[in-house]
Design a binder for this molecule. Structure first.
Ligand code: FE2
Length: 456
């Protein structure tokens, strides 16, 4: 049944209000176990103090209020400076490595700012359908909520870097491995539609887009690419396999590494992934739940590796990393029905049985073989959730790309690699099979892992 425009917009407004409340309260749930002192320190240039995240995500909505709410008065010029991240268009800002050098605004003041923005935003959203440009504003608010979900994941990374097992997160036990996942899936080449298509009558033939109605501009437009036949690992690379690489002297042998990777190994003195520690000759992994022998986590996906480490391992094992198009085909395409599914398992939105995402509350990866119901039609497992997967693809615009928001994605299209699939820190609502995350090749404080591919 077709809805009238008025009914549709009211329904839309209602849902954006609910979404706003839900997403904004999740951020505060994540930081709730922190002590006041934890909110303000910065443990590395690449991370941000939690206080900065809760202010910055509010600052983003303040930019919407400034542009679209008549008579809105800026809360504080000082906050505009401190909470802007990298947007040249929104004025001067504190340098990222200096976010932890200021004790003001205090945590209390930042929370008050956040509450002020929420009050203003909720009042503003209630009257949204009276605005002449309500569609534009709704899409900006939705972008702000997706932005906030990105920062929720960054908060998990940053809290891990700062506190790790000192953080008292409410953690649930993970599911056991229930199936053995071995070998590689062989996938036929040919033309493949890469990227996001909105659900509805305009969806291309063979697209089953599911219920999600949002995608970033960098996932669009869907376009055809040609793939050669290839094979891709059904399982993520495990800690056990990485341990073998270490024991074989992988971190000491230049022949597996790109030149820049080898420089990073020597400069940073890498001997293992981030959060691995050697005690009396044994490798241990520190995570939110404590310090564990790596051998006891041999069947869990490796995480906190850089693109360089993933590439070196792949070379050592006689394989390579997949391209993002190969990854997406392995995740979404069902060759039996010649249909492209929204998620590896079909069109339903992710739940805690399909994949290990933030809502599972594990604060950790799950063992390989713990989510058989989330497998793709090619038998690839844990493509959504657990760890973001490195691909060889450069983060560049798709052909026909149109920027939908200045400086959000468009200015990062250089010198970064694409990662796919989301991690245990990604909210369910935020992930899609077409989602393109991106990081620099040396970075590893995010929850990054990989699976290998090869030519056939
Ligand atoms: Fe941001």
């Amino acid at each position: 049944m077709a809805l009238s425009i008025r009914e549709f917009s009211r329904q839309d407004t209602l849902s954006i209000v609910d979404l706003y409340k839900r997403v904004r309260s999740r951020t505060m749930q994540i930081v709730a176990p922190l002590e006041t002192e934890d909110y303000v320190i910065q443990t590395a240039d690449f991370m941000s103090p939690p206080r900065w995240h809760i202010g910055h995500t509010s600052w983003f909505f303040e930019t919407v209020l400034r542009a679209h709410l008549q008579g809105y008065k800026v809360y504080s010029e000082e906050y505009l400076f401190y909470f802007n991240s990298y947007y040249e268009g929104f004025g001067a800002r504190i340098e990222r490595p200096k976010r932890g050098t200021k004790s003001r605004p205090t945590v209390k003041d930042t929370v008050a700012y956040r509450e002020h923005i929420d009050e203003q935003m909720l009042r503003f959203l209630e009257s949204l359908d009276k605005l002449p440009n309500s569609e534009i504003v709704t899409s900006l608010v939705r972008l702000g909520l997706e932005h906030e979900m990105q920062h929720q994941e960054l908060l998990v990374y940053d809290i891990k870097h700062q506190l790790c097992d000192q953080f008292a997160a409410r953690m649930k036990p993970g599911p056991p491995s229930s199936v053995t996942v071995e070998g590689m899936a062989e996938i036929e080449g040919g033309l493949f539609w890469l990227g996001y298509t909105a659900p509805g009558p305009t969806a291309k033939d063979g697209f089953e887009s599911g219920n999600y109605d949002f995608a970033f501009d960098n996932e669009k437009p869907a376009h055809q690419v040609f793939l050669q036949d290839f094979a891709i690992d059904k399982a993520l690379v495990s800690n056990g396999e990485l341990l073998e690489f270490i024991r074989d002297g992988g971190y000491q042998n230049f022949r597996w590494w790109f030149s820049e990777g080898w420089e990073a190994v020597n400069r940073e003195k890498w001997q293992a992934p981030l959060y691995w520690e050697q005690h009396n000759g044994e490798w241990l992994i520190r995570d939110f739940s404590g310090l564990h022998p790596a051998a006891g986590k041999a069947n869990e996906p490796v995480s906190h590796v850089s693109y360089f480490e993933a590439s070196a391992f792949a070379k050592w094992v006689g394989k390579r990393l997949p391209t993002e198009a190969e990854w997406e085909k392995a995740a979404c395409y069902d060759s039996r029905d010649a249909v492209r599914k929204a998620f590896p398992w079909g069109k339903e939105s992710p739940d805690t049985n399909h994949a290990n995402l933030f809502e599972n509350e594990l604060w950790s990866v799950a063992p390989i073989g713990a989510f058989p119901t989330g497998a793709s039609s090619y038998g690839c497992q844990q493509m959504i959730g657990d760890v973001w997967e490195w691909t060889t693809s450069d983060y560049v615009p798709y052909p026909g790309f149109k920027s939908e928001f200045d400086e959000y994605n468009d200015k990062w299209f250089v010198n970064q690699k694409v990662l796919r699939g989301g991690s245990f820190a990604t909210p369910q609502l935020h992930i899609r099979s077409t989602y393109r995350n991106f990081f620099h090749t040396h970075e590893r404080w995010m929850v990054s892992g990989f699976r290998c591919a090869k030519d056939i």
